[in-house]
Design a binder for this molecule. Structure first.
Ligand SMILES: [Zn+2]
Ligand SMILES: [Zn+2]
Length: 147
């Protein structure tokens, strides 16, 4: 199943230019590795892919670039949960997860989204997750920027 992805690799240098970011070989390779993967790669998966074209890259650099891309809205971090969490509300609802403090807020949605044919049939849990900053952490980070 192919889904449309937002930014093509060809458009990446322009994306960097518009944000005043240097389009380095490392950034390009990190973006390409995640863009070309269908498996929601981890830092280590991404590092392995990037090393094929930039053998000297460090895990720290890959990690830093991935988080930089996440804050630029170029990709989504899916690990906002700091540890397994449990929820007895099994009806359709969505989660807002704070990336900073790990707070999880429920919010209602009308119905669970339809699952297309061809997906595996043993299904236990449907979840819609929104990640970002809770009001408290957003206020704290605004204070940090102000001083
Ligand atoms: Zn928070
Ligand atoms: Zn919940």
């Amino acid at each position: 199943m192919k889904m449309t992805k937002e930014l093509t690799i060809d458009a990446f240098p322009a994306f960097c230019r518009e944000r005043g970011l240097k389009c380095t070989a490392q950034r390009m390779a990190v973006f390409a590795a995640v863009r070309e993967s269908e498996s929601h790669p981890s830092v280590d998966d991404t590092l392995a892919a990037v090393r094929k074209t930039v053998p000297t890259v460090t895990r720290d650099s890959v990690y830093r670039i991935l988080n930089e891309f996440s804050s630029l809205g170029l990709l989504a971090r899916l690990d906002a949960l700091q540890a397994a969490r449990y929820d007895t509300r099994m009806g359709p609802h969505a989660h807002f997860i704070c990336e900073e403090c790990g707070a999880v807020f429920d919010y209602p949605i009308g119905a669970a989204p339809a699952i297309p044919d061809g997906m595996p049939s043993v299904r236990r849990h449907v979840e819609l997750r929104v990640t970002g900053l809770c009001d408290r952490c957003a206020a704290a980070s605004a204070r940090k920027i102000a001083c």
